[in-house]
Design a protein around this ligand. Structure first.
Ligand SMILES: Nc1nc2c(ncn2[C@@H]2O[C@H](COP(=O)(O)OP(=O)(O)OP(=O)(O)O)[C@@H](O)[C@H]2O)c(=O)[nH]1
Ligand SMILES: [Mg+2]
Length: 445
């Protein structure tokens, strides 16, 4: 799977070997190779463009920390970008509030719909569900028989109707499923070409009649980015809820896997990796990214190293606070780090219990811009030793930062309070979980 893309990316990354730092220059070199590799893997041009831009921005903007080498850092950045392009997290099958959950399987001829329908039934059975397979392909001779044979091998019932049309079959199958308390209905539809208007109309009608919770587009991964065009057409006609990548066990180049989510905007939910009925995997973007890159050990090494580095930094900071050496320079550092990491609310919201505590507090990013301006208007001595900031210095800082003397007074007072608070936390006098309430009171003032 993705062998060629993998070896090409490896080659590109090698270009950074022996470099001390990542610079605009050496990264450009490597990225030209990455770009070629992606295009040759038949990845959609829009995706390639965003990929390269993002990797470049991250690579040039990230400092190489601790023991990490530039070539290792770039592996991690490329890995993360692959994950982000493919959808960040796994996307579960939708569950109907009231069973049965209705799933419709659509796609081009021979893409692997029937095989997937049976695989999904097997997957659900393993989880203790009671699926029903519905044979709504009446056009290809032996299509119903194919589904029956597959279903029998996994002991799942099939609903079929001799001589009926697919719309009726789908409609009737709902009654049947309710009567026999099936938890899931999987409707296997006939393969169709996107340009076949009558067939497209039929699949749209089935969708209307049965109102499925999931409309899954099965896409042969070998078709590369052509799959994107087809998926778009299907999405326009039947509004897809997700995509299944089939035949990923073959020599798929990666184009479909990397393009679909980004271009069509629908999550990839499963991957099919063989003819046997147990060859189905829930789609995990990070696992596929690791397979594409084939350097999982480096990715986890960089993750660990970065974490350790941050921990070392945090320990140094704690030491400073304890020794009452925490000053405006450190404060500015922290402030910028927090802002780089996302909005304050988001960040604090990740702490347990904080979300609720923050709901009523106005946290304004503009306030931080103001604080930053004031700190930048201080001299290095003032930042390191705020105690020397007297009346005339306050006036100068206010003027320099376009704020008022009251603003500066407030900042100095808050900084003083914050120092006390941090000391109390680090020495264990105040428990972290009491912090939200304390921030709340100081904000209201
Ligand atoms: N190697 C491999 N073969 C697959 C996979 N999925 C399906 N196939 C094979 O691809 C062929 C077509 O699969 P079907 O499931 O019949 O495809 P379909 O979309 O239902 O085809 P139509 O109903 O004719 O449109 C069969 O020979 C399958 O065994 C897969 O993940 N890997
Ligand atoms: Mg079929």
């Amino acid at each position: 799977m993705f062998e060629s893309l993998q070896s090409r990316l490896e080659e590109a990354i090698k270009r950074l070997r022996g470099q001390a730092r990542i610079t605009e220059d050496n990264i450009s070199d490597a990225l030209v190779e990455v770009r070629r590799a992606l295009l040759d893997a038949d990845v959609h041009l829009d995706v390639v463009r965003r990929f390269i831009e993002d990797v470049k921005a991250k690579a040039v903007g990230t400092e190489v920390k601790g023991k990490v080498l530039p070539e290792q850092l770039i592996v991690k950045i490329i890995h993360d970008e692959l994950v982000s392009i493919m959808g960040t997290s796994k996307s579960d099958l939708v569950q109907a509030p009231q069973p049965p959950t209705i799933i419709m399987v659509v796609g081009l001829q021979g893409s692997g719909k029937t095989t997937f329908a049976a695989k999904l039934a097997a997957h659900l059975r393993k989880k203790g569900q009671q699926p029903l397979l519905v044979a709504a392909d009446v056009y290809r001779p032996a299509a119903i028989e194919q589904l029956k044979v597959l279903a029998a091998s996994i002991s799942v019932p099939v609903f079929s109707m001799e001589g009926a049309d697919p719309v009726n079959i789908a409609r009737e199958s709902l009654q049947y499923a309710r009567k026999f308390a099936r938890t899931h209905i999987i409707v296997d539809t006939a393969g169709r070409l996107a340009i076949d208007e009558a067939m497209m109309q039929e699949v749209a009608t089935i969708r209307q009649v049965i109102s499925p919770h999931e409309v899954l587009f099965v896409c042969d991964a070998m078709t590369g980015q052509d799959a994107v065009t087809t998926a778009r057409t299907f999405d326009e006609r039947v509004s897809l809820t997700g995509v299944v990548l089939s035949k990923l066990d073959g020599d798929a180049r990666g184009g479909a896997a990397l393009s679909l989510r980004y271009v069509v905007g629908k999550p990839i939910k499963f991957v099919s990796t063989g003819e046997k009925l147990d060859a189905l995997e829930v789609f995990h973007p990070d696992r596929i990214a690791s397979r594409i890159l084939g350097m999982g050990d480096i990715v986890s090494f960089v993750e660990r190293a970065q974490q350790e580095f941050d921990e070392a930094k945090a320990a140094a900071l704690e030491e400073k606070i304890r020794k009452r050496e925490f000053n405006f320079e450190d404060f500015l550092d922290q402030l910028r780090m927090v802002r780089r990491m996302g909005s304050i609310r988001e960040l604090l919201g990740m702490l347990p219990g904080m979300d609720k505590a923050l709901r009523n507090i106005e946290l304004d990013d503009r306030a931080f811009t103001k604080i930053e301006a004031m700190i930048l208007s201080m001299t290095p001595q003032e930042r390191r030793n705020p105690r020397i900031i007297n009346g005339s210095r306050r006036l100068r800082i206010a003027r320099g930062s376009g704020t008022t003397i009251q603003d500066v007074n407030r900042l100095l007072k808050q900084f003083d309070e914050m120092q006390k608070l941090m000391r109390a936390v680090t020495t264990g006098k105040v428990k972290l979980r009491n912090l939200p309430a304390m921030i709340g009171t100081s904000q209201k003032r």
